[in-house]
Ligand binder design. Structure first.
Ligand code: PMP
Length: 327
């Protein structure tokens, strides 16, 4: 076994696992990238590393500088880890409505938290605009801007897509995942199309997001809602521009939850809801592509981040979601 000298080299090169239950259900071969094995336990470590290293390469941040971002979740955790390893400070702006667990995790990592009231995107108080202002007013600081900074999707073109292609020996018929910033979906989609144009790229959109309608009918329109964290986009971010989209599915929280529970009970994987939605989408895509087809998707983050929500019966009841059927 080799010794890794640099902790940041632990980001990426994640294992690919064949999922038994989903493969059986689809009569196909379904594979998933285990992004929960990144040091920050999510796919967002990849974007965090690329965003910071892109800013360094362009001379936008000098030693001892500060990374500012408006995020409540996995991106903040990834940025805080990368910043610690490189000697930067992190300021994370988040709405005060976010879960206690997330605030505690970010504080434990040493990030400075700025809490703002929940406000619509059009309001100058919105956490994204507040984070941009703080970055502008702070010396030697960068605004990570994960939604519109395409260093985010580059992490997936040169990293995730390349890894999937190699791990599957170039034998892949389709890829699908949901969209938060679009970095993963567009980056993997573009990267795989460069390898083989015949690979079908499918969007798996939760309810409450506007992209299913956009790719189906050209109109940004949403319907319903979802409790999934980290996904559900209402606009075409810079990361999504030019994304190859061959087909799209709309996936319910119930379908996602079904796979979260089966993967936990039958395969020992503890995951967040976006992973379940991705797997539900992969099953649909594999059925569409036909028996024996080979489809890849993303397991975005660990379920240990959702013990007080997804894995908490009272929370599930309050949200009107079904409880797990266990003896
Ligand atoms: N799942 C989770 C749990 C996330 O935190 C995110 C990031 N927002 C995503 C999926 C989507 O990733 P991306 O931002 O690359 O679209």
């Amino acid at each position: 076994m080799q010794v890794t000298q640099d902790t940041l080299a632990l980001i990426g090169n994640t294992p690919l696992v064949r999922l038994k239950g989903p493969s059986e259900a689809a009569g196909a071969e379904i594979f998933a990238k285990c992004e929960f094995t990144n040091p920050g336990a999510s796919v967002k470590d990849r974007a965090a590393l690329f965003i910071v290293e892109d800013a360094e390469a362009r001379g936008l941040i000098r030693p001892g500088g500060t990374i500012v971002e408006g995020t409540a979740g996995n991106t903040g955790i990834g940025l805080a880890l990368v910043a610690n390893a490189k000697g930067y400070r992190t300021i994370i702006v988040m709405p005060e409505t976010q879960s206690r667990e997330k605030m505690d995790t970010l504080r434990a990592l040493g990030a400075e938290l700025v809490l703002v009231p929940a406000a619509p995107y059009a309001s100058p108080c919105h956490f994204v605009h507040t984070s941009r202002r703080i970055a502008e007013e702070t010396e030697n600081a960068i605004w990570a801007n994960q939604f519109d900074n395409v260093a985010n999707r580059r992490a997936h073109i040169v990293g995730t897509a390349e890894e999937i292609w190699e791990q599957m020996d170039g034998r892949i018929d389709g890829f699908t995942c949901a969209v938060g910033t679009g970095g993963t979906f567009a980056g993997v989609g573009l990267g795989l199309k460069q390898k083989d144009e015949r690979i079908t790229i499918a969007l798996s959109d939760p309810f409450g997001a506007a992209l299913y309608e956009y790719y189906a009918c050209g109109e940004l329109k949403s319907e319903g809602s979802s409790v999934a964290e980290g996904i559900g986009q209402g606009r075409i971010t810079a990361n999504l521009e030019g994304a190859p989209v061959d087909t799209q599915f709309r996936i319910s929280d119930e379908d996602g939850l079904h796979w979260v529970r089966r993967l936990l009970d039958e395969e020992g994987l503890c995951l967040g809801l976006s992973s379940g939605i991705n797997v539900a989408g992969a099953v649909q895509l594999a059925r569409k592509l036909g028996p024996g087809s080979r489809v890849a998707t993303i397991l975005c983050d660990t379920g240990f981040r959702y013990l007080s929500t997804l894995y908490n019966p009272e929370w599930l009841e309050a949200k009107g979601l079904p409880l797990p059927e266990r003896d």
